[in-house]
Design a protein around this ligand. Sequence first.
Ligand code: 5AD
Ligand code: SF4
Length: 453
Amino acid sequence: MVNRSRAEARRVHVITHGCQMNEYDTHTVLSELVAGGHQVVDTPADADLIILNTCAVRGKPVEKVVTMLGEFRKQKLAGRDLTVGMMGCLAQLDEGQEIARKFGVDILVGPGAITDILNAVDMVAENQQPYWSLDFKSELHEHLTPAPDTLTGFLTIMRGCNHNCTYCIVPQTRGPEVSRSLESILHEARAMQRSGVQEIYLLGQNVNSYGLGRSDLPSFAELLRHVADTGIPRVKFTTSHPMNFTSDVIDAMAEHENICKYIHLPVQSGSDRVLRRMAREYRRERYLEIITEIKAKVPDVVLSTDIIVGFPGETEEDFSATLSLYEEVEYDSAYMFMYSARPGTPSYKHFDDLPREVKTERLQRLIERQKGWSHRKNHRHVGRELRVLIKESATDAQYVVGHSDQNHTVLVPRSQVGEMGLYTVTVDTATPHTLYGTVSGYAAQRVPLMMAS
Ligand code: 5AD
Ligand code: SF4
């Protein structure tokens, strides 16, 4: 580490792994650093402060962090002037702190301490010593993050999780549930609207628990209505727990044109025996009841889910129950994971992991089946007109890519789009994961993209 004075500006780059909550936290940290006079750079190579925003839900993202930290340590030993920071879920765990020690990480801030980042940078510069902060700071819940200069704005409405599913490390990394005040959420929503954001994504580990047990806060359904009433073209939310998914959320969705008809409702398994061992508090029948109510009140709704394959003790019969649940629900898409035994979770401690071959084979089978289902569901949209928020260049440079109101990935030829924004698109062809279309119109008023004051 080079000796620096407290006020010296740094060139900072944050590498974000994991979920959208991490993306929101990255934006918060970058906003803080910019407000403190530091400069954001586009690539790690241009930075003298690199922060890894980490994920700890499965083993793979942890391995990625170890590889990157190893590389940074090598570069520092070779003389590169570099301060390395670590934030996100892994930072909160003993496992992450051991890794941080091993690789000489300079700054470590847990998910509840991200507002400490400016102080951390200053302290490290001043003392030439690592700075760690792992507190859950209550000020974070009222902290106002400036609007991003992007078309989609992530907005965290609650943090933490009270569910304690046996496979999941999140309750330990992000602590118990805390909801933000309605005022601070609406303040951020309005700032986003002023700055040209076209889609607000309300985020939380379990958004449906918003306001639970707090007489001073509205329910999640009421909050959804408030955000929709700002008039922002699109409101989406994730993630929902079936246990807390109430009818009034479905009603709010049915009543408000701008609440997107898309629901991500993680089921994790179709087998009651597995759900019990996972400590998921609902059973298959209850989950299907919710799906039936959603489909009745919101025709043409798009549904997605999370599934864990190969949970300890999962039999072929349990796995078949997951496959048959898929057939019943007809998900449009699914995030499918192979069970990863995470140190510190109850299932790691109490259950034996299944052989890797069994887990891999089941995951492959599920992915194959899902591909067929997704293709069929996507195919229904061919010939239809969808509203698509086109945001960026696709990997194939001939196309630009965006998402429909219902979260389909949609590609259109670059030549048809002058500027990024909301378009109407007629779908020409469908693959299991992507729709290809032709622009038929501009769907929104042109809103200048500028930072909110
Ligand atoms: N192994 C595999 N998948 C997991 N998830 C959470 N913990 C684990 C684990 N130990 C998945 C769940 C959750 C999603 C965010 O990650 O499906 O909904
Ligand atoms: Fe983890 Fe379960 Fe909480 Fe989701 S609901 S964050 S899977 S403990």
